[in-house]
Design a binder for this molecule. Sequence first.
Ligand code: BG6
Length: 477
Amino acid sequence: MNTFPKGFLWGGATAANQCEGGYREGGKGLSISDICTGGSRTQAKRITPELEEGTFYPSHEAVDMYHHYKEDIAMFAEMGFNVYRFSIAWSRIFPNGDDCEPNEEGLKFYDSMIDECLKHNIEPLITISHYELPYNLTKEYGGWANRKLIDFFMNYCTAIFKRYKGKVKYWLTFNEINGAMGKLGGFLSLGILNEGTKDFMNQEDDPQKRFQGLHHQFVASAKAVQLAHELDSNYQVGNMIIYATTYPLTCKPEDAIAAQKQNQNFNYYCTDVQVKGQYPTFAQRVWDDNNVKIDIADGDLETIKNGTVDFISFSYYMSSCTSADPAKQGEGNLLGGTPNPYLEASEWGWQIDPQGLRYALIDLYDRYRVPLMVVENGLGAIDKIEEDGSINDDYRIDYLRKHIEAMKEAIQDGVDLRAFTPWGCIDLVSASTGEMAKRYGFIYVEKYDDGSGDFARRKKKSFDWYKEVIASNGEKL
Ligand code: BG6
């Protein structure tokens, strides 16, 4: 029996700021990613309000997809992709974010990328905003804390929805919108750069601005959904969250409540707004706990109600545990929480938990009953080129195999899952650490953290493995 439905979308995912490079080509303006230096797991990347002479900024060249996209999309097609999730760099279309007219050269670049996908029968799945806010909107307006960004975002959406009508079907509004529930999302998701912030891992936090910024994104997302539906009845728009599976550290009731609360805050707060069209009943508690007061303008709740998404997409990498005991909190991976004694972790400390993906799928489908897409998943690892040129990434194959098995189980549990686009199908710059050493791809790119490398592409062992997976619609793992 074939578990994955006919027409299941198999592919991969990237984001413009992490792979395109060409940061000043074709009239592109600076984005917030362009002012982040390189870093590593132990050395946080820095955010520099002005570009520094002689400092390495990984997004400036990234893996140069700006000049290699034809070759890259051809390789995706060779693996059998029928979907490719990528983002449009807002600053290619509106270099300063507040420009009156879109930049024709930027629009043309994505005309060509989309056409290249369609030529290979690959469905584009486009993230509208993926950690790449035009920097001018941070500098001059303070990022999403400023309500004016809703209008700027709508100008951008109008330009791309009109331009790519008839060619694109699937859109995602904000990448990992719930990242802004934590302080790291203040800069990355909302473009809020508070005075005193020196590096990415130690941002000065202002919860009032963060929650207000999120509210503005909710309104913007809802407006975008409505606009997309008005402009093209074939358009389907999804939200995009990080799903963080959270287990109680022990069976102590207080730990169970702590885990439930973490689920509410992280997994449901944003999703309820975007899928159910209303703030959840626990929202007031979240605001009180964070000591914030949201300014909700007349009509905002109506807009949110009328702009619910067509499907949910999410990233899933790891799970974590939560304890009611503050002494046990905060020692774990990027999601905070506490390490799970039953799980192994990647070299970056992300705990590997395929069951957590099955849990996520069942949980989201039970709660929301809309189609789901897993639009990010994968293992960031150090890959080695052997003397014969091969790259034997069996660890990556093992990770993906187990997660696909978990998706199969979830489908048999009744979940309506439509797509799987593993992250960084081609090696790219890490979002959290700003390094190349943390690789996710089926395709290796010769680019390194000292800035060297000629961007040559090589197939890893996982390339042929994934090709078989797709060809067998998920049966040959
Ligand atoms: C998600 C982001 O958080 O995880 C991606 O949407 C990111 O942009 C990916 O690259 C993996 O994280 P990292 O830090 O390993 O690049």
